[in-house]
Ligand binder design. Structure first.
Ligand code: PLP
Length: 403
């Protein structure tokens, strides 16, 4: 079936919340996908930073197949081994003994869990305000939407849970001004993903930690997009350097399951002790199949030294992008395999289209920002191929604009 035929049928049965996607994907292998018309693409968006090991990675295929064929679902009424092993692995990776894990199906639910824990934390001391940042993205359910700093996404759905106070991202003084004893939690992304790959200024997360400690507020770090190797470390906010911070709650999803739906809310210290029997739950969250996939992802990243690989090929991609000589490009932002090409005009959609026409999938995350988030297994040759295509695409859009 052609893309055109699919598009017609799609439009008549699907709600229009996504608009009509222009490409129908049929199959994938590694960093490549094929569309319904037989065209092949280098996939530099990876299902929005989700397909961390690319498509059809043998470790994921094997783990998922084995688990489906052993025990697909248990609900939360029973213990199961993949969930147990995954929770233990995550606690080991965050390197905080005593950390506790709650599994979800996606990022929104991970933040929803953090919001409920913030309510429990606040309930004990009469605090209810949550602080979030302008231009942030934390999800689409009413709770996670209420802390998403994008008025266009939020306003049609008001009234939303609250109170929520928004402050400019990266501004320590603004944060210090609003975080007082009325605040239960502060939600921060280490780098704003949907906001256009906007890294926090050095020292911002550490300052947020101090500010939260002084006020007794929980610090929630949303690593739904940045976590699990995307930036060349397990977590963007947990590492050896001075930007490292110990959150009270860490939320994960996207890359964790390598394409299978799974998220997690990890609680550190007291924040991990606040949920009590019956206070929260999910029928599918942390199901054995998604947990088996996530374990395969974590094992593969570790065994194949992919964090180092991400740093090396990420630097190559960054350097190649920075070398594109075109007045349309303002700057390159981000780290690891998570980069934003910032344009001087709102032409990212045109660049996305021009790149796709040449066989490269990227994403106009903002009208003026093109996002690149290839699979963590992308090779240097694929990076070079993508750079060649993107260079042509940028030049073409640039020329068309200056006519
Ligand atoms: C994508 C994203 C979410 C929402 O995750 P879903 O899986 O789409 O629900 C939350 N926070 C951040 C930082 C994200 O990038």
């Amino acid at each position: 079936m052609s893309t055109e035929t699919m598009a017609k049928r799609w439009s008549s049965v699907m709600m229009d919340n996504y608009g009509l996607p222009p490409i129908a994907l049929m199959a994938g292998q590694g960093s490549r996908v094929i569309d319904a018309d037989g065209a092949e693409y280098l996939d530099f968006i990876a299902g929005i930073a989700v397909s961390s090991l690319g498509h059809r990675h043998p470790a994921v295929v094997e783990a998922v197949s084995r688990q489906v064929n052993t025990l697909t679902h248990t609900s939360n009424l029973f213990l199961h081994e993949p969930g147990l092993a995954l929770a233990e692995r995550l606690v080991e990776l965050v390197d905080q003994p005593g950390a506790r894990v709650y599994f979800t199906n996606d990022g929104t639910e991970a933040n929803e869990c953090a919001l409920k824990i913030a309510r429990l934390h606040g309930g004990k001391s009469g605090r209810s305000t949550v602080v979030s940042t302008d231009n942030s993205f934390h999800g689409r359910t009413l709770g996670s939407l209420s802390i998403t700093g994008n008025p266009a996404k939020r306003l049609p759905f008001e009234p939303l849970p609250g109170p929520v106070t928004f402050v400019p991202y990266g501004d320590v003084e603004a944060l210090a001004r609003v975080v007082d004893r009325s605040v239960s939690a502060v939600f921060l992304e280490p780098t704003q993903g949907e906001g256009g790959i906007v890294p926090a200024p050095p020292g911002y997360l550490a300052a947020a930690r101090r500010i939260c400690d002084e006020a007794g507020a929980l610090l929630v770090i949303d690593e739904v997009q940045s976590g699990i190797g995307r930036t060349g470390r397990w977590f963007a906010s947990l590492g050896p350097d001075r930007d490292s911070v110990r959150p009270d709650l860490l939320t994960l999803a996207k890359g964790l399951g390598g394409g299978l739906p799974i998220g997690a809310c990890i609680g550190f210290g007291e924040a991990g002790e606040l949920l009590t029997p019956g206070s929260h739950g999910s029928t599918f969250g942390g199901n054995p199949v998604s947990c088996a996939a996530a374990l395969a992802v974590l094992d593969t990243i570790a065994e194949q030294n992919l964090l180092e690989h991400v740093r090396v090929v990420g630097a190559r991609l960054f350097a190649g992008l920075a070398a594109i000589d075109d007045p349309l490009i303002a700057e390159i932002r981000g780290s690891g395999l998570w980069l934003g090409v910032v344009l001087v005009e709102d032409r990212a959609g045109a660049v996305e289209k021009a790149a796709a026409a040449r066989g490269l999938l990227v994403n106009a995350v903002k009208p003026s920002v093109v996002r690149l988030a290839p699979p963590l297994i992308v090779t240097p040759i694929e990076v070079d191929d993508a750079l060649a295509i993107l260079t042509e695409a940028v030049h073409e859009v640039s020329r068309a604009g200056s006519k």
